[in-house]
Design a protein around this ligand. Sequence first.
Ligand code: AMP
Ligand code: FE
Ligand code: FE
Ligand code: ZN
Length: 289
Amino acid sequence: MDGTARTEGRGDLHLHSVRSDGTEPPEQVIAAAHRHGLRTVALTDHDTTAGWAEAADAAVSLGMTLIPGMELSAKHEWRSVHLLAYLFDPDDPALRAETDRIRDARMGRAERIVAAIGRDYDFTWDDVVAQTSVGATVGRPHIADALVARGLAADRSAAFDGILHPREPYYVPHYAPDPLTAVRLVVAAGGVPIIAHPTPAGRDRMLPVPVLEELIAAGLAGFEIDHRENTESGKRILRDIAARHDLIVTGSSDYHGRGKPNLPGENTTSPEMVARIVDRGTGSAPVRS
Ligand code: AMP
Ligand code: FE
Ligand code: FE
Ligand code: ZN
């Protein structure tokens, strides 16, 4: 496969590092993307900008362009909604207060999940700490890795399909803002909000169209359409909405290192769409060598 030719000029705008639930430090994530032929990337750890500086250094040293990003947790009714945010001001007080609140809530929630599992299995918080980088946004993926280390699951996916599944008695949700609040916060911080994997199968399935229209009116910039978790029927509906509202559409891998099978560049964003994101973001600047 000639990955370089395939990805020439295109961007992979959704990558995770150990600052959240990826398995590699930011510089390794950027290097992995470079090996897969990418020259424009975004680091989008969950609810944190902690990896930006390391990712920027790596991108500069490899001659790449880094678009600073984040994947902000939100929630609509029972659905978990992930909002990709690009080029916002990382020091914006309101957005920072919200991400601090989400990360705090995630920590308490993870402890409750682990305590519940610990009533049925030989499993403790120390097992999770051993799988989590200092300061990382804690999520079920870290608990999954700890379950794997304990021999209680074969891999992350098996843990998510088993002990960590919401149907199991151990599941605890975490606080997250509603999507409208999330979009407004990102816009107010000068950022470009794009809904990540907006049309998955199952529990988190696509937001109702009237809700999407409300988000668009509030400044939602687009949808991440080319993502392995989106259904084909959902992609068609969202492409149609995007065309009607002249929205940005992106594609990305959602690389998590060894945490998921997703590989850098498996889905990409066109240079035209990357340029639209760069034009629209006013809170921070792309990092170029
Ligand atoms: P949480 O936000 O803590 O509830 O955990 C959800 C996160 O787990 C998402 O951001 C995904 O990256 C990850 N995730 C969800 N399902 C799986 C899976 N089957 N295998 C690996 N990671 C997953
Ligand atoms: Fe994740
Ligand atoms: Fe996500
Ligand atoms: Zn993601």
